[in-house]
Design a protein around this ligand. Structure first.
Ligand code: THU
Length: 130
């Protein structure tokens, strides 16, 4: 098991998902080989829910990281969970070559590049062309 996966599995206990009961944890690797974790944080006002991947990325950036190279998404389920569309966009912002692994409690796992998952992104280039 990779170190990133161990970190994500360890963080799952902090997931706050009383409304969906769908717990998610993520661990990201930065350009400096630092690991940051995050979990989903739900809210009674449902749309304010923060996904695990974005929690982990915000933690990395808030602690001085500039980019991410790898993301592990862990769910305590029998099938791996791909990142939602919003998380794909945020992963792309900080890791346009990032590798994403989805792991779970069975032997099933999946691996993608961010360009597999978000082949056409909205990014700084569009703003610079405006
Ligand atoms: N969730 C994540 O944490 N990451 C994703 O990429 C997909 C969805 C969370 C949000 C919510 O707390 C729960 O999963 C059910 O949607």
């Amino acid at each position: 098991m990779s170190s990133l996966t161990k970190h994500a599995k360890d963080a799952i206990r902090f997931s706050y998902a009383p409304y969906s009961n769908f717990k998610v944890a993520a661990a990201v690797l930065t350009e400096n080989n630092q690991i940051y974790t995050g979990v989903n944080v739900e809210n009674a006002s449902y749309s304010l829910t923060q996904c695990a991947e974005r929690s982990a990325i915000c933690s990395a950036i808030a602690n001085g990281a500039k980019s991410i190279t790898e993301v592990v998404i862990y769910t305590p389920t029998q099938h791996p969970t791909p990142p939602c569309g919003a998380c794909r966009q945020v992963i792309h912002e900080f890791g346009n070559n990032a590798i994403i692994h989805a792991v779970c409690d069975s032997d099933l796992q999946q691996r993608w590049t961010i360009s597999d998952l978000l082949p056409v992104s909205f990014n700084q280039e569009q703003l610079n062309k405006a």
